[in-house]
Design a protein around this ligand. Structure first.
Ligand SMILES: C[S@@+](CC[C@H](N)C(=O)[O-])C[C@H]1O[C@@H](n2cnc3c(N)ncnc32)[C@H](O)[C@@H]1O
Length: 374
């Protein structure tokens, strides 16, 4: 009933707008511009996105010598056309049509050169189209438009246009995954063949062996809870920590975690009592941290002696770690053993493909670490 009443109201407004528009057109054609202008204005007050009314009003104001009014209406029309082009670009990008999406974002920018969101989205489309110079230009423009834009600053560094920080800024991770949360599971599992939780689970089984114990588990960067779901059967208790409220909301809906914490992983771990977990998972989440020393030290303190830490990293060629154009860090195979030193030992390690990117497999380093018993 309610929805019929609402749609009836909306339908009534559209019918009234159509009547006003035809009336305005009749007056315009009959040479009564002032009456037509008043009707266009009345219509636009009720329906500011009526493009044809904006066009009609702009032309009449120009013809009547009201340059200021015509120019204000022109700006309104350009902004509206830009928004429409942006919305089409966004829809095309979500369908994976990045070439066509880019042309709509370009159109939005041609209409509204300061349209920051369109520059950002255009940058994303260009990265799918493998046009790194253009991607960099887009993010630089975003930073010019808003010098406080930390996300743009980070992506410029990722593309080699500035020095890289030692880890992704918290705000960047939060924005990125809040935007991603709604489509994360489908995109990752169906389109990118993600199998991180399954692979980490196999490594966990190898390290744990035949023991039948249940564990107090922490899922670091738990996201929507894909790894939590997989490890639930091993858990006495299961907690998750993540920076993105929208990812955590999805994890909560799974109802497999006893506790979920909205926090940065290193800070969270540093605030936990020593030895409070006996199994930790960091599945595809430490790739947002370059310098792993602080997080590994805090995690080791929070791990019980004899406890396990399962994690994945993207494999890098450069020594140490390097920020990549994707906004994620890659770590050299020699890096983690140097960081954990003798506080943790490697029970199992290997190179695995956990997902694809732009159609190609991503090689990851997977580790099952054990904290030495006293
Ligand atoms: C690619 S998702 C992986 C999610 C989950 N582990 C899985 O395997 O599906 C990475 C997650 O790590 C979180 N994350 C990245 N850096 C983080 C940090 N420093 N502290 C807490 N969460 C972080 C992100 O918010 C995101 O939800």
């Amino acid at each position: 009933m309610a929805s019929r009443a609402t749609s009836g109201k909306a339908g009534g407004a559209t019918a009234a707008a159509t009547r006003l528009y035809h009336l305005a057109e009749q007056h315009r054609k009959a040479g009564r511009p002032k009456r037509a202008i008043a009707l266009y204005r009345e219509l636009l007050q009720a329906m500011p996105q009526h493009l044809a009314a904006l066009e009609g009003l702009e032309a009449l104001l120009e013809a009547e010598g009201d340059g200021e009014g015509a120019s204000a209406t022109h700006c309104q029309r350009m902004a509206l056309e830009a928004e429409n082009a942006y919305a089409i670009g966004k829809a095309l990008a979500s369908e994976g049509e990045h070439g066509r999406a880019a042309s709509f974002f370009e159109r939005a920018i041609a209409l509204q050169p300061d349209y920051r969101k369109a520059h950002w989205r255009l940058g994303e489309s260009y990265s799918y189209l493998k046009r790194p110079e253009d991607v960099l230009r887009c993010y630089r423009r975003c930073l010019e438009l808003d010098p406080r834009d930390g996300d743009a600053r980070y992506m410029i560094a990722a593309l080699g246009g500035a020095d890289a920080p030692s880890r992704a800024p918290e705000a960047y991770v939060k924005h990125y995954f809040d935007n991603y949360a709604g489509t994360f599971d489908t995109h990752l599992c169906k389109d990118l063949d993600y199998c991180g939780p399954d692979v980490l689970f196999d490594y966990a089984k190898r390290a744990i062996g035949k023991r039948k114990t249940r564990f107090d588990i922490l899922d670091i960067g738990c996201g929507t809870g894909l790894a939590g779901k997989k490890f639930r059967g091993l858990a006495k208790s299961l907690a998750g920590v993540d920076l993105s409220p929208k990812m955590l909301a999805q994890a909560k809906a799974l109802a497999v975690y006893e506790q979920l914490h909205l926090a940065e992983a290193t800070a969270f771990l540093a605030g936990m009592p020593a030895g409070c977990f006996d199994l930790m998972i960091a599945c595809d989440s430490l790739v947002y941290i370059g310098d792993l020393a602080p997080v590994m030290a805090a995690a080791t303190d929070a791990l019980r002696p004899g406890g396990f830490f399962l994690l994945s990293l993207e494999k890098g060629q450069a020594p140490g770690f390097a920020l990549q154009a994707s906004g994620r860090y890659a770590h050299h195979p020699d890096y983690l053993p140097g960081v954990i030193q003798d506080r943790l030992s490697i029970a199992a390690a290997g190179e695995e493909v956990l997902r694809r990117e732009y159609g190609a497999p991503v090689i990851e380093l997977v580790y099952a670490l054990v904290k030495a018993a006293p």
